[in-house]
Write a protein that binds this ligand. Structure first.
Ligand code: NI
Length: 137
């Protein structure tokens, strides 16, 4: 395990009160745990911006009735099959499909896949969530 560093943080009272209330709702045991997660999230975002490899998920909803859209979404996914780990398709209701695509690869490629899917007419919402940045091996 790596060495643990301790440091103090100065904050205005209303801000730390609000933060304490917030982390209690999120079931953190203490401030250190919560701040550690905040820093980790920030570093994942930073690495994402800097490029490199990453893993995450694309979550999208789209209109089931647009027949050509289903084919287009499949075509795009075939173009990126090397970085798609799995896809899950859920028939949400009569009109809507939910698709969850787990991805791992170059950050730029993941972004490009998400952008191409989002640009399709009939895609109602798309969210790319990066969970980890990976080191090259
Ligand atoms: Ni469906």
């Amino acid at each position: 395990m790596s060495e643990i560093y301790r440091f103090g943080i100065s904050l205005e009272k209303p801000l730390i009160d609000a933060f304490d209330k917030h982390i209690e709702k999120k079931n953190y045991k203490n401030r250190s745990e919560a701040i550690r997660d905040l820093i980790r999230n920030e570093m994942v975002q930073k690495n994402w911006v800097d490029g490199g490899r990453a893993a995450g998920a694309i979550v999208m909803t789209y209109d089931h009735h647009k027949r050509e859209l289903l084919a287009k979404i499949t075509d795009i996914q075939h173009d990126y099959q090397e970085m798609i780990i799995s896809t899950q398709h859920v028939h949400l209701d009569h009109h809507n499909c939910l698709e969850i695509i787990a991805v791992r690869g170059e950050a730029a490629d993941i972004q490009s896949l998400a952008d191409k899917l989002q640009a399709q007419i009939g895609v109602k919402h798309l969210n790319l969530s990066v969970s980890a940045t990976l080191t090259k091996h």
